[in-house]
Design a protein around this ligand. Sequence first.
Ligand SMILES: NC(=O)c1ccc[n+]([C@@H]2O[C@H](COP(=O)([O-])OP(=O)(O)OC[C@H]3O[C@@H](n4cnc5c(N)ncnc54)[C@H](OP(=O)(O)O)[C@@H]3O)[C@@H](O)[C@H]2O)c1
Length: 229
Amino acid sequence: MNRPFVFINVAMTADGKIDTFQRRGAAISSPRDKERVDQLRADSDAVMVGGRTLLDEDPKLTVKSEARRAERAARGLTPNPVKVGVVSEAKFEPHSKFLHEGGGRVVIFTTPRTSNEQFAFLRSLGVEVFVHEGERVDLRAMMQTLHELGIKRLMVEGGATLNFELIRLGLADELYAYVAPMIFGGDSAPTLAAGSGLERSAAVRLQLLHAESWEDGGVLLQYKIERAA
Ligand SMILES: NC(=O)c1ccc[n+]([C@@H]2O[C@H](COP(=O)([O-])OP(=O)(O)OC[C@H]3O[C@@H](n4cnc5c(N)ncnc54)[C@H](OP(=O)(O)O)[C@@H]3O)[C@@H](O)[C@H]2O)c1
């Protein structure tokens, strides 16, 4: 199967949480980590998020630094990477920042659960919409489509359910995790990878490519994601 190079980026606490039990998109990254994330976005062809992150938090997913946007333009690229949303039932607000900020290309993968009104709204904005039959988006077919759209390097920015499914299906190549020096706890607080989970014998193996200890107390980890054991 042809697909982009896919990497997942997360900011997590030392107990593996990527948000608190309140699920309001808690700040975890340090200022230095935010710069690192901005550079990763600027170096990507597209940036992707899952449906709950998309609809609950409405992220802009733009490159924040003007210098990095200019550097992309100098390379003949659009100032911001393509935004990609994976959402079973799209329910965007009229003034969604995800849809409107940055002025670039937006691609949505969804299912027939999305209403006709939403389809009409998205298409009126020029959003490219791909509809997959079934309850959820077919992530393998989605990767093939992204490849056909010219996406070679895809950054995935969560959340927990999308991360897990991509890892489970062997559709993610690398993982960056910034581990912040704090603990959130909470049974219901999302972790790096959620979903149905794997038995120990099926655990996905990681190979550590790089580790850095930062002056802000955080640790940056870069892993290659290998096949299930
Ligand atoms: N710290 C970080 O780096 C970071 C980054 C991003 C997000 N987050 C946090 O992550 C949390 C959200 O994560 P989440 O796990 O609740 O949701 P999510 O991964 O953002 O979104 C998953 C949703 O996408 C839809 N979907 C459609 N097709 C899918 C498929 N094939 N596989 C998986 N999902 C599919 C599903 O909707 P249906 O269930 O309706 O089918 C699913 O609920 C938030 O608390 C957010 O703050 C943290």
